[in-house]
Write a protein that binds this ligand. Structure first.
Ligand SMILES: Cc1cc2nc3c(=O)[nH]c(=O)nc-3n(C[C@H](O)[C@H](O)[C@H](O)COP(=O)(O)O)c2cc1C
Length: 152
């Protein structure tokens, strides 16, 4: 039998097999980023299908880090309840689940325009706001030039 069907351990997490549903943004959160019944159904079906581990889609950890509408959020404790329900649904079907923590950095967009002004400042990697006059420009692989100091 293929090793794919054999159980394995990742640290303290026991997986029933080695099939992993890779992180997939589904656009099925509600508009405020909460887990929805659609997602409960989707993840339940995935777990019932026999996968060992499901990684959620990109889940933003701060309002400045959102990139898409209907994207899951974990910016505060109020989001725990939904993820607990999702986790219980997945566990009861024998699979495990991991959340993909995410911040969009320079790619961040603010689908809710009422938030836009508040979060227009650039952020240092440490999370401190850069002064307003500093243009929003942080390196990404394709533009990164080691001879330029991006962070003042
Ligand atoms: C619709 C869609 C959404 C995706 N969302 C995410 C995501 O939220 N996070 C992530 O790391 N990768 C995401 N991916 C990338 C997939 O997890 C995967 O790495 C990619 O599809 C390549 O896998 P493959 O080589 O098995 O096709 C997404 C891919 C697709 C097609």
């Amino acid at each position: 039998m293929s090793i794919l069907f054999e159980p394995m351990k990742i640290m303290h997490m026991d997986l029933r097999n080695r099939f992993v549903r890779s992180a997939t943004y589904d656009g099925c959160a509600n508009k405020n980023g909460y887990v929805t019944e659609n997602q409960m159904d989707l993840y339940s079906v995935l777990a019932e299908g026999g996968v060992g581990l499901i990684i959620t889609g990109i889940t933003y950890v701060h309002p400045t880090g959102q990139i898409s509408s209907f994207q899951n959020s974990i910016v505060g404790d109020e989001f725990i309840h939904g993820f607990k329900r999702l986790t219980a649904a997945v566990h009861s079907r024998g699979a495990k689940i991991a959340v993909q923590l995410f911040h969009a950095g320079r790619e961040a967009r603010f689908p809710d325009s009422s938030q836009s002004a508040r979060y227009k400042q650039s952020l240092k990697p440490t999370g401190q706001c850069l002064p307003n006059h500093v243009p929003t420009f942080t390196p990404k692989i394709s533009t990164f030039n080691p001879s330029i100091s991006y962070i003042p």
